[in-house]
Design a protein around this ligand. Structure first.
Ligand code: ZN
Length: 281
C-alpha cells in the first residue's frame, strides 16, 4: 500500500515551516463503486485520508486546493486561535481513518475562523460524513451530512460554481439526494428537477442516469411514506376510538362499583378495576 503514496514537500504559508505530507499517486487510484451521495469507494488507498494538509508546527490546516490561498492579514487569526493552543503533531505519515477525521475537523474549525466560503465548509462536512461512514459511526455520518446539506442548499444561489469542486447540475442532484435520504421528498424532487433542467447535465450521461434513478426512488419512497403515515393516522383514530370505548366501559364499571360500594362499601375493588383498565391502555 505504501507504494501508492508519495511524500509531497510543502512550505507553510504562515510559519514558513517545511513539512511533508502524503499524497496518493493518481496512477494508483482504482475506483470500486460510487454511492448515491457521490462517495467514491476505492479498491486501493483512500485519497480522502490525505486531502487536508496540516502544518505540524503551527497547526494551520486546509484542503490542498485552498492551502496556499490564505491571505497575509489572516495569518494572525490562525496564530491567535490555533497556534497558541497547538500541540505539535505530525500528520505527514500514513493516516488511519481517525487521523483523517481529525484533520477534517481541524480544517472545518479553521475554515470557520477564517470565514472562508460556506461551500468550502460544506465540502469538508460532506467528506467528514463519508469518513464517519467508513468508521461505522452512523449518527455522526448523518449529523455531518445534514450540516453539508444545509450549507449547500443555502449557498446554491449565493456562490459561484464550481462550488466545493462540484458543478451546478451535480450540486442540484446532491442536494436532491441528501433531501431524499432525510425523507424531505418534496424538496428532493424539486432539486432533481433542477438538475435535469441544468444545461450542464447534457454532457454528463452518468449523472443524468443517477438523477432519473433517484427521482424514481424518491417517488416510490414518498408513496410508501404517505401510505405508512395514513395507516398510522388510521391506527391512531382506531386506538382513540378504542380508548374512548375503554373509558366508557371504565365509567360504567365505576358507576357499577359505586353502586356496589354504596351497597357493601368495598372501595378496594373499585381501585383495582380502575388500574386494570389503565394498564390495558
Ligand atoms: Zn505553519
Amino acid at each position: 500500500m505504501d507504494r501508492e503514496l508519495y511524500d509531497k514537500k510543502v512550505k507553510c504559508p504562515i510559519c514558513k515551516n517545511e513539512f511533508t505530507t502524503k499524497k496518493v499517486k493518481s496512477s494508483a487510484l482504482r475506483i470500486d463503486k460510487r454511492d448515491t451521495d457521490l462517495y467514491v469507494h476505492y479498491k486501493t488507498v483512500n485519497p480522502y485520508f490525505y486531502s487536508v494538509w496540516v502544518c505540524s508546527k503551527c497547526g494551520y490546516a486546509a484542503l490542498e486546493s485552498k492551502f496556499n490561498s490564505i491571505k497575509k492579514y489572516h495569518h494572525s487569526l490562525i496564530k491567535e486561535n490555533i497556534t497558541s493552543i497547538w500541540n505539535p503533531k505530525d500528520y505527514g505519515n500514513k493516516r488511519n481513518v481517525i487521523e483523517a477525521i481529525q484533520t477534517h475537523k481541524l480544517a472545518i474549525h479553521e475554515g470557520n475562523i477564517l470565514n472562508w466560503e460556506n461551500s468550502y465548509i460544506g465540502g469538508l462536512a460532506l467528506r467528514l460524513s463519508w469518513l464517519y461512514k467508513l468508521k461505522g459511526e452512523k449518527e455522526l455520518e448523518i449529523k455531518f451530512q445534514k450540516y453539508a446539506l444545509t450549507i449547500f442548499a443555502d449557498c446554491f444561489s449565493k456562490e459561484t460554481f464550481p462550488m466545493a469542486g462540484i458543478d451546478s447540475a451535480t450540486m442540484s442532484y446532491l442536494i436532491g439526494e441528501l433531501n431524499r435520504k432525510f425523507q424531505n421528498y418534496e424538496e428532493s424532487l424539486k432539486w432533481f428537477q433542477a438538475a435535469l433542467k441544468d444545461p450542464n447535465i447534457k454532457r454528463k450521461r452518468l449523472l443524468e442516469n443517477m438523477v432519473r434513478n433517484q427521482w424514481s426512488t424518491a417517488i416510490e419512497e414518498h408513496k410508501k411514506f404517505k401510505q405508512l403515515n395514513s395507516e398510522d393516522e388510521k391506527c391512531g383514530e382506531e386506538s382513540d376510538n378504542e380508548s374512548n370505548n375503554i373509558e366508557e366501559n371504565e365509567k360504567k364499571q365505576e358507576e357499577r362499583t359505586e353502586i356496589e360500594q354504596n351497597s357493601d362499601g368495598n372501595r378496594g375493588r373499585k381501585v383495582r378495576k380502575k388500574f386494570f383498565f389503565r394498564g390495558a391502555l
